[in-house]
Ligand binder design. Structure first.
Ligand code: PEP
Ligand code: MG
Length: 552
């Protein structure tokens, strides 16, 4: 047995076979497809994206290393457009009913060996290029195929690291847990594990060896331990631990349906954070009183091109209807930093967490923003909807957002499209700037929601993605708690409500503090809700408030 230590990002124990996540180097198998025309279109869309990516690489390389060196990207573009190369791919798709990635792979191998066999040394070198450019194409094709990484048999996924767009494609029914060599407990990948109710251990390091692929393992997400080829005693011990945890979870289920009110009558809304429709199962299972954060960007991450207004409308409507009149807070697109979407063609940045992201993109690419707002407003008539905006740093941004909302409403009125006239507008308080001007911001919006994940990284100057400084990432830091108090006091002074939707909302050691501060709503990954409810039901705020606040 090998015992590996990492950081548990979500409790739970899972038993299963380790299956290493495969990326572009994986063997490409022939899969028979039904609709060859659709497959050709899939290939063509990927080809166009690859050409765009190469254009960007060409431009940035021209600036950095000069036009001559950058020419390679132009050559790659030409290869992708080469008539014989394209014909070969389309021919294989059509004649063999083959999947696009397989057709590209076979073509790449044929062209590569043809180039290698040539006498001319320049042409010989093109063998590597054709493989290189084909791999780029295959990677794009595979990313657009939601089924490529879906595991058909139950397993535990292993990887060096996983991006949010990779993780979001896991199906909770087959992926029992995941373990990674790198990665931080504060990343969106970790957050996804919590939201999807999947035990996970990250930051294991080099100990997570590829040779363990296919081995039976146990993941203990509580202690951050992974057991490879566990012995009988360990299996028995962890089975008992699993039973105990399941028993405790069942006990908590009895709290479902009870209103979350403290002993002395203080009400706090316990809401859930979601990233996609599939998270709703856990939301309903744990009796959430609403959705406090719908990370709408995950709708964009799962795809290969912008979701249309209708596609977004359908997704929002489904969530709103499922929540049957309970509040659903949709956060507008928070793309950037670790949440990368190729088709946005975002520039490479030295410091993306502080760069072109979230509301900054939306206020710059207003058509993308307006499409999303139109979809949300159209869906608003099916329930109780609120909209909130991420990464706010100024009143000016809020005023611009409100102008755009007014334009959207006018357009909807003009087209006679109905929407609710009761949509609350809120902002996330996740930058120190927003905390410091919360008095002014509160005059412009209906509510605040504190994003403690980003607020922690920006206040402490500790990158939430960097595992090396994970121990310095301390959301319980006094600086953060005092900021929460400042924002809450300013919210209440101006007659608006305030919630917390960062991971800190689920920290039961702080529930009494949040209640004492007067936080009106706590929104978290659904599996944590009932534990927090237990804390709320047992709290008597009038008795503890003075002492708790004096310690802040
Ligand atoms: C936060 O920053 O606390 C938050 C809720 O947003 P995200 O984790 O998606 O950045
Ligand atoms: Mg955030």
């Amino acid at each position: 047995m090998t015992v590996l230590k990492g950081n548990g990002v979500f409790g739970g124990i899972a038993f299963g076979k380790l299956s290493f996540y495969k990326r572009e180097d994986e063997e490409i198998k022939l899969k028979k497809i039904k609709d060859a025309e659709a497959e050709v279109k899939r290939y063509e869309a990927a080809k166009n994206q690859a050409i765009n990516e190469l254009e960007e690489l060409y431009e940035s390389a021209s600036e950095k290393v000069g036009e001559e060196e950058a020419m390679i990207f132009k050559i790659h573009q030409m290869m992708l457009d080469d008539v014989d190369y394209c014909e070969s791919i389309i021919n294989i798709i059509k004649s063999e009913n083959a999947n696009a990635e397989y057709a590209v792979w076979v073509t790449a191998r044929n062209f590569s060996s043809m180039f290698s066999d040539m006498d001319d040394s320049y042409m010989k070198e093109r063998a590597t290029d054709v493989m290189d450019v084909s791999k780029r194409l295959i990677k794009i094709i595979c990313e657009s195929d939601e089924n490529v990484h879906s595991y058909s048999e139950p397993c535990i996924v292993g990887a060096d690291d996983l991006t949010p767009s990779e993780t979001v494609q896991f199906n909770e029914d087959t992926v029992k847990a995941f373990v990674t060599a790198y990665g931080s407990t504060n990343s969106h990948t970790a957050i996804l594990a919590r939201t999807m109710n999947i035990p996970a251990v990250v930051g294991i390091g080099n100990g997570l060896k590829k040779e363990f692929d296919g081995c039976e393992i146990i993941v203990d997400g509580y202690s951050g331990t992974v057991y490879v080829l566990p012995d009988v005693t360990t299996i028995e011990r962890l089975k008992k631990k699993q039973e105990l945890c399941e028993y405790e979870n069942k006990q908590l289920q009895s709290l479902k349906g009870i209103e979350s009110v403290t002993k002395d009558g203080q009400k706090v809304n316990l809401y859930a954070n979601i990233g996609s429709l599939s998270d709703l199962k856990m939301v309903l299972q744990n009796g959430a009183e609403g959705i406090g954060l719908f990370r709408s960007e995950f709708l964009y991450l799962k795809r290969h091109s912008y979701p249309t207004e209708d596609e977004q409308f359908d997704a929002y409507k489904k969530v709103i209807e499922k929540m049957e009149g309970k509040r659903v807070i949709i956060r507008t697109l928070d793309i950037g930093a670790d949440k990368k979407v190729k088709y946005f063609n975002l520039p490479q940045e030295e410091n993306p967490a502080m760069g072109y992201r979230a509301i900054r993109i939306c206020l710059d690419r207003t058509e993308v923003f307006k499409t999303q707002l139109r979809a949300i407003y159209r869906a608003s008539k099916y329930g109780k909807v609120s909209i909130m905006f991420p990464m706010i740093i100024s009143v000016d941004e809020v005023l611009k957002i409100k102008d755009i909302i007014n334009e959207v409403k006018k357009e909807l009125d003009f087209s006679n499209i109905e929407y609710s006239d009761d949509v609350e507008i809120g902002i996330m308080i996740e930058t120190p700037a927003a905390v410091m001007i919360s008095n002014e911001l509160a005059k412009e919006v209906d509510f605040f929601s504190i994003g403690t994940n980003d607020l922690t990284q920006y206040t402490l100057a500790v990158d939430r993605q960097n595992n090396k400084i994970n121990s310095m990432y301390d959301p319980n830091h006094k600086a953060i708690l005092r900021m929460i108090k400042i924002a809450a006091d300013n919210a209440h002074k101006n007659g608006i409500w305030i919630g917390i939707c960062g991971e800190l909302a689920a920290d039961d050691s702080l529930t009494e503090t949040f209640l004492s501060i007067g936080i009106d709503e706590l929104s978290m990954s659904a599996p944590f809700i009932l534990n927090i409810k237990k804390k709320v039901l047992n709290a008597d705020v009038s008795k503890i408030k003075e002492k708790v606040l004096s310690q802040l």
